[in-house]
Design a protein around this ligand. Structure first.
Ligand code: GLA
Length: 730
């Protein structure tokens, strides 16, 4: 049991019995109305103990009519709470003061699906318990259902809200968040910021007075701020201490606010970017869910929980638990300049190296020889590919490789037959110029006919059965926001309607083609979020494939997202973005820390490099199950040191892989030792060269880091060590 209800006390206790307890309770509030407060969120409490949590302070404070300290679970505007709220509603007469009364609750095993939205799921009813708390505003008859699901064995819980207008007037939901978390002052904020080619950089600082927010109004979760935020103690490290993480299962515009007010009340409000949603009489609006993870075992403790939940109960389909193929993608190798022969030459070297999947990237359709045209015209360019995609796919299959294809279905080039036929199918504002980015516009996925076109056009090629993998790209964000269909022209609302339209398209396509492996992409990692992982179990992490930059990008991404979702390719040098040249070994070792592949013209590489890549590929195949399904821990941060280290281990700690990287050399330094986590202290381990290590020493003294000969004096040195238990007791 993971949700306990104390009816008399109107107290709800959500717990996994190990990591966390969250206690919600109704207390008397203004006008003798009961208000739901978050009485406790922290380390797991025995259920009996929750009755001894003191709520009197909050009850008193709320009689005042001004309440700036109570930890409300779902605060509403217009009631003397001047902090950021979860809910703001405007009635037809302009008033903005809904007041929710407690109507009832329900607890049941299992987890309901969220209509039209991606969400974590339970495979059996026993895996999860859900609490529904029903609230209602008597004047407007607006009903809000707060939904909390606890995954007991996965140590996480989710939170969302469902609005239903049971009244007669149209209501405008100016703000409708998914969750609120309260904490005492003195916390730090950690979040993942970035930009194109430097996504998900870790930033951590003391929560400032006022409101700090991370957001996207791009129509995608974006490169700038991943929809994730954590509160942690100043003493929390990767390995110990308290941390509360909030991650949104949403791929569109979002807003996450962290407010510290004058009285020391700290509050996180997380949800969609406020969108002034028009809720007509009888309509329901379901918010995307937020996943909440509390850990007292440091940032790694938090990440372990996110990783397992997202890998096993967010990702779906046949690829969820399968080892991912090692691929070769032609993009950085050829860009738009290829023909069938060139592609086959790359594929053949790849096959010889042991690669399993050949991916044809941008430029195979319409008359696309650069990025100025043809998005929307998804017919093969027969000049480049005289045998079409089907013919090329056959030839790739003939050499016993799988075949994958890049698409950018959500986009339309003004220079395309599709645009000439349907100039009103893109997002645009009437009578205004259409601003292009990368010479392209965005299809209006709020429209049913455009959604259907997209489903049909993508399905045509996929139905041939010759495509095993799809890279689903999306390379620009919103400009003018408007639609030729005027029924919902409100700008802000389109941000949500676009995403709901896209989710409908994705659900239809992934259901129709269950065996295809889908990878999402958005100018690199501009839409790397939990929403997309529900449809596509892996994501192109960044266009920046420079191995040094990748250490930081992959390290930051791993805060929330599982390794099996983080695609990492070895590319050519000098790197196409940074111009940096580093060894093939270093590039391979960094990419092995993700879902590994190659991205270059293999036919132009030296025999030595091909031999090294062949050896790397063999190693990936040996280690990938552990990499993709094991427990990943960060050991040394590339943001704080010149080094970087991480490890992966299996459940019974009989196998582990240790990675250490030296970004730049520090001369005349005491030898580096890195302490491993997730090691059996009672066991002995052996590496591939026969060296023997005591688990206790690896954990408490650390592994002495010796780079291969010559490497210790160089920048960009690396070591990957696979260790196996060979004697269980010392
Ligand atoms: C985006 C992707 C790249 C590549 C190009 C093709 O930038 O992130 O990997 O697919 O588009 O145009």
């Amino acid at each position: 049991m993971s949700i306990f209800v104390h009816e008399k006390e109107k107290l709800f206790h959500l717990t996994d019995g190990h990591q966390f307890s969250r206690v919600l309770k109704f207390v008397p509030g203004v006008h003798k109305r009961e208000q739901l407060i978050e009485l406790y969120y922290g380390r797991a409490l025995p259920d009996d103990a929750t009755l001894h949590l003191d709520s009197s302070l909050f009850a008193l404070a709320s009689f005042d009519g001004i309440n700036q300290t109570s930890p409300f679970v779902y605060p509403v505007s217009g009631h003397g709470d001047f902090r950021p709220v979860a809910c703001a509603v405007t009635e037809e007469n302009g008033t903005q003061s809904p007041c929710f009364n407690f109507v009832g609750y329900k607890v049941a095993q299992g987890k309901p699906t969220l209509q039209g939205l991606p969400a974590t799921y339970a495979e059996t009813n026993e895996e999860a318990t859900t609490l529904w708390i029903y609230l209602k505003d008597e004047i407007t008859s607006l009903e809000v259902t707060l939904l909390f699901t606890v995954f007991e064995k996965l140590h996480a819980h989710t939170s969302t809200a469902i609005y239903h207008n049971a009244g007669k007037q149209t209501l405008r939901l100016d703000k409708s968040a998914s969750c609120v978390v309260n904490a005492p002052q003195g916390k730090e904020i950690m979040h993942l910021h970035g930009g194109w080619a430097r996504e998900r950089q870790v930033e951590r600082f003391t929560a400032p007075r006022g409101t700090f927010s991370i957001s996207s109004n791009r129509g995608a979760s974006g490169h700038d701020h991943n929809p994730f935020v954590a509160l942690l103690d100043p003493t929390t490290t990767e390995f110990q201490g308290e941390v509360m993480g909030v991650s949104l299962v949403w791929s569109g515009s979002h807003l996450m606010e962290v407010d510290l007010n004058a009285f020391g009340s700290l509050r996180v409000v997380a949800g969609i970017f406020p969108c002034a949603w028009q809720l007509k009489a009888g309509e329901t609006f379901t918010l995307p869910e937020a996943v909440l993870v509390y850990s007292h075992e440091g940032l790694n403790g938090m990440s372990h929980i996110f990783h397992k939940l997202y890998r096993t109960r967010l990702c779906r389909g046949v690829w969820r638990d399968k080892e991912r193929p090692v691929l070769i993608n032609n993009w950085e190798g050829t860009y738009f300049n290829f023909n069938e022969e060139k592609l086959l030459n790359i594929a053949k070297v790849g096959k010889d190296m042991g690669l399993e999947l050949f991916v044809l990237d941008d430029g195979w359709f319409g008359k696309r020889n650069d990025d100025h045209s043809s998005l929307g015209d998804w017919e093969e360019n027969l000049e480049k590919l005289p045998n079409g995609i089907a013919g090329l796919a056959d030839k790739i299959h003939d050499i016993d490789m799988k075949f994958g294809l890049w698409y950018e279905p959500e986009m339309i080039s003004p220079d395309s037959n599709l645009y000439r036929a349907h100039p009103d199918w893109c997002l645009h504002a009437e009578n205004r110029e259409r601003t292009q980015a990368r010479q392209q516009l965005i299809l209006d996925l709020t429209r049913g006919d455009v959604q259907q076109y997209l489903i049909d056009s993508v399905s045509t090629l996929l139905s041939t059965g010759k495509i095993d993998y799809v890279k689903w790209d999306m390379n620009r964000n919103f400009g003018e926001v408007g639609s030729a269909q005027t029924s919902y022209t409100h700008v802000a609302q389109l941000h949500v309607r676009y995403m709901l339209g896209l989710y409908h398209v994705l659900e239809t396509i992934v259901t129709r083609f269950p065996n295809i492996l889908f990878e999402s992409c958005s100018g690199g990692g501009g839409r790397f979020d939990a929403g997309m992982l529900y449809y596509m179990p892996q994501t192109w992490t960044s266009d920046d494939s420079d191995a040094v930059e990748r250490l930081r990008i992959q390290y930051g991404t791993s805060m929330v997202y599982p390794i099996a979702s983080i695609s990492a390719h070895v590319s050519d040098v000098p790197n196409h973005i940074t111009g940096r040249s580093v060894s093939m070994k270093f590039r391979g070792d960094v990419a092995l820390g993700g879902n590994m592949g190659y991205e270059m013209d293999l036919s132009l590489q030296t025999p030595e490099d091909v031999a090294e890549m062949r050896a790397q590929t063999q190693r990936v195949k040996k280690l990938r199950k552990l990499m993709q399904q094991g427990t990943f821990s960060r050991l040394v941060s590339p943001f704080e040191t010149r080094n970087c280290a991480w490890q992966v281990s299996n459940e019974d700690l009989s196998e582990l892989i240790f990675f250490v990287f030296q970004q730049t050399v520090t001369p005349a330094m005491y030898p580096i030792f890195v302490q491993l986590q997730d090691v059996d202290e009672k066991a002995m381990y052996q590496d591939e060269e026969g060296n023997v290590y005591a688990g206790a020493v690896l954990k408490h003294k650390g592994m002495r880091v010796l780079f291969e000969q010559g490497q210790g004096t160089k920048d960009c040195a690396s070591k990957v060590c696979y260790l196996k238990k060979y004697d269980s007791v010392l």
